[in-house]
Design a protein around this ligand. Structure first.
Ligand code: NAI
Length: 350
C-alpha cells in the first residue's frame, strides 16, 4: 500500500466492508478555505494503490478548483474500487454513513461511475450529498457555460473579439460536450467533433452542421481551439508536439498526461486554459447551492471567463505556463487562510 509520508493531506480514510466486498478511500486535501467538496468515483482500478493515488490527486485538484473559482470550500474525493462481486448499493451506503459522520466537513456528489441510484443510496444516510435530480439541477449545464465563457476569453487572447467564424474541435459529445457544441454553434463557430459513439457524431453533423473526425485525427486537426470534453490525459507529448490548434480549452479533468506536456505547449506558444479553472461551473453551482441554498445565476458561472482571461494575461506577463501559475495562485490563497481545518458549526459548539 502506498505510504503518504508528507503532511499535505488533512485526512485519508480507508473504508472496507468485507460482506459488501467494498474497498474505498476518502481523501480530504484541505478545508482551510471551507468544507471539502468532491464527488464519488467508482472505477475498476488495477490495484488499491492506483485507487488511493487517484483519490489524492482528485482531492488536491478540488482544492485548487475551489481556490481559483473563489468558492469558500476545499478539496475532497471518495473512490470506490469496482470489482465484479462489489455490492454496489452497500458500498454507496457505506460512503453515506461515513460522510454523515463527518458532520458537514466533507460534501459529496456525482463523479465518474456514480449514477442517480447510487446517490440515492448515499442520501439514505446523509444530507451532505449533492443530487442533480433532487434539488441542485443538472451540473453539466453550468460546466458547459463556464467552458464556453473560458473559450471566449481565450479567443480574445488569440486576437478575435468573438468566437464567430472560429473553428473549434470538440472531443467528446457527452453531457458537457454536447451542450458546449450547442452554445458554440449558436455563436457562429465552425465545429469539428469526435466521439466513440457514432449516434452522437451523426447528430452533431445533422443538427449543428459539424464535421466529424476520428478521436485521434481530431486532436491533430488544424483549428483555433481544441476543446477536450472526453477523458483526461489526452494531451501527451506526441500530441503536444504535433497538435495544430492555437489554444486548448475544454472540460476534461487532468487533460495533460504529464507536466512536461504543459511545458511543451508553452514553448510552442499554444495557449492552455487550465482544466481546473475553466471546468469549475459544476463546482460553483453545486457548492453555492449547498452554501447559499440556491443556484448561482449565469453571470456567476460566466465569470469563469474573466478568471481564465486574467490568468492567461498574467501568465504571458510572467512568462509562465498558465497551469503552473494557476496552481501557484491557488496554493497562495490556501496558505493565506487561517490555519486549522474547517469544522462544521455543530462541532465547533462542542
Ligand atoms: P460524459 O460521460 O457524459 O461524456 C463523455 C463523452 O466522451 C461520451 O460521449 C463518450 O462516448 C466520449 N468519449 C469517451 N472517450 C472518447 C474518446 N477517446 N474520444 C472521443 N470521445 C470519447 O461526460 P461529461 O459529464 O460530459 O464530462 C466530460 C469531461 O468533463 C470528463 O472528463 C469529466 O471529468 C469532465 N467534467 C465534467 C463535469 C460535469 O459537470 N459533468 C464537471 C467538470 C469536469
Amino acid at each position: 500500500m502506498l505510504l503518504v509520508l508528507d503532511r499535505e493531506f488533512e485526512q485519508i480514510e480507508v473504508l472496507a466492508d468485507r460482506t459488501a466486498h467494498c474497498l474505498a478511500f476518502v481523501a480530504i486535501h484541505s478545508t482551510r478555505l471551507g468544507p471539502a467538496f468532491g464527488g464519488i468515483r467508482r472505477w475498476a482500478y488495477p490495484t488499491p494503490d492506483d485507487a488511493l493515488r487517484d483519490a489524492l490527486d482528485l482531492a488536491r485538484a478540488m482544492t485548487f478548483k475551489c481556490a481559483m473559482a473563489g468558492v469558500p470550500g476545499g478539496g475532497g474525493k471518495a473512490v470506490i474500487v469496482q470489482r465484479p462481486d462489489l455490492d454496489r448499493g452497500a458500498a454507496y451506503e457505506l460512503i453515506g454513513r461515513y460522510v454523515e459522520m463527518m458532520g458537514g466537513r466533507y460534501l459529496t456528489g456525482p463523479d465518474v461511475g456514480t449514477e442517480a441510484d447510487d446517490l440515492e443510496a448515499v442520501a439514505r444516510h446523509t444530507r451532505y450529498v449533492a443530487r442533480p435530480d433532487a434539488g441542485a439541477g443538472p451540473l453539466a449545464e453550468p460546466t458547459a457555460l463556464g467552458v464556453f465563457a473560458g473559450i471566449e476569453a481565450t479567443a480574445r487572447r488569440l486576437g478575435s473579439d468573438t468566437v464567430d467564424g472560429l473553428t473549434i474541435a470538440v472531443q467528446g459529445l457527452g453531457a458537457v460536450g454536447w451542450r458546449l457544441c450547442e452554445l458554440l454553434s449558436g455563436a457562429g463557430v465552425r465545429l469539428i467533433v469526435a466521439d466513440l459513439q457514432t449516434a452522437r457524431t451523426e447528430r452533431a453533423r445533422d443538427e449543428l452542421g459539424a464535421d466529424v473526425l476520428s478521436a485521434t485525427e481530431l486532436l491533430l486537426a488544424p483549428c483555433d481551439v481544441l476543446a477536450p470534453c472526453a477523458l483526461g490525459g489526452v494531451i501527451d507529448l506526441a500530441v503536444a508536439n504535433a497538435l495544430r490548434a492555437r489554444a486548448i480549452a475544454g472540460a476534461a479533468n487532468n487533460v495533460l498526461a504529464t507536466p512536461e506536456c504543459g511545458a511543451r505547449l508553452f514553448e510552442r506558444g499554444v495557449l492552455l486554459a487550465p482544466d481546473f479553472v475553466i471546468n469549475a461551473g459544476a463546482l460553483i453551482h453545486g457548492a453555492l447551492f449547498h452554501l447559499e441554498g440556491r443556484a448561482p445565476d449565469r453571470a456567476r458561472i460566466r465569470a469563469i471567463g474573466d478568471v481564465v482571461g486574467d490568468l492567461l494575461d498574467r501568465a504571458k506577463a510572467e512568462r509562465l505556463p498558465p497551469e503552473v501559475l494557476a496552481q501557484r495562485i491557488a496554493e497562495e490563497r490556501v496558505a493565506a487562510a487561517p490555519p486549522g481545518p474547517f469544522m462544521p458549526p455543530s462541532r465547533t459548539k462542542l
